[in-house]
Design a protein around this ligand. Structure first.
Ligand code: CA
Length: 229
């Protein structure tokens, strides 16, 4: 399920957005200020952060700048909420690394549409949320992976790992990061778990001539390459 972290101190707005997101099949976790947001981010990695500019202690833009300096969090897409339709705020937000901004007051359906658009852009997914890698297609709504239209049988962990890698092609992830993102509920953190799962996934993808696309980056971790890269 797609998870959105919403950083906003006003509870009625949080409730409004939670309702709109749940209708769109997304889950919302929330935080009332920057410190709480960082705690939430330590617990779980959201697919996108919705960040209000006006927060009680530090402003949303300061939090955004910190996120963009954080190696582990910098690639999570961020949409800023701005209270004023002022050009200067929009420019500052985008310069600080926001992927988009929405002006308050907003209509919930419009906000959901913007979230979906930013997620599509970030992951390369199509309108229905399907991810593609050459002739390999992953459909999150059906929990299905197909190669040239034929379903592949993957274990649940291999599926989660493949989904994460296909959403972030071309980026290197360390074993620790992959443990955080793909095995968030595991108490036992063994890097070997990642290696074993990568091996199984490569094997499952071998018949599709895609196993080699999962590269081992010496001393760093793993990276999924696009077939044409
Ligand atoms: Ca606020």
């Amino acid at each position: 399920m797609t998870t959105i972290l919403f950083v906003e101190d006003e509870a009625p707005i949080r409730d409004l957005v939670r309702f709109a997101l749940s209708r769109a099949g997304m889950e919302m976790i929330d935080a009332g200020d920057g410190r709480e947001a960082e705690r939430r981010l330590g617990e779980r990695r959201p697919d996108l952060i919705l960040l209000d500019w006006m927060l009680p202690d530090e402003s949303g833009i300061d939090l955004l700048r910190r996120l963009r300096r954080d190696e582990a969090l910098r690639d999570i897409p961020v949409i800023m909420l701005t209270a004023l339709a002022e050009e200067e705020q929009k420019v500052r937000g985008l310069e600080a690394g926001a992927d988009d901004y929405v002006t308050k007051p907003f209509s919930p359906p419009e906000l959901v549409a913007r979230i979906k658009a930013v997620l599509r852009r970030a992951t390369g997914a199509d309108e229905e949320g399907r991810l593609r890698l050459g002739e390999l297609e992953l459909d999150p709504s059906r929990h299905e992976v197909k190669w040239q239209g034929t379903p592949l049988s993957l274990g649940p962990t291999e599926y989660r790992l493949l989904r994460f890698l296909m959403s972030h092609p071309g980026r290197v992830y360390s074993r620790g990061q992959l443990l955080d993102y793909v095995w968030p509920d595991d108490d036992v953190r063994e890097e070997r778990t990642v290696d074993v799962c990568i091996r199984r996934l490569r094997k499952a993808l071998e018949p599709c001539d895609a196993g080699h696309l999962i590269r081992t980056v010496r001393g760093a971790g793993y990276r999924l390459d696009r077939p044409d890269a």
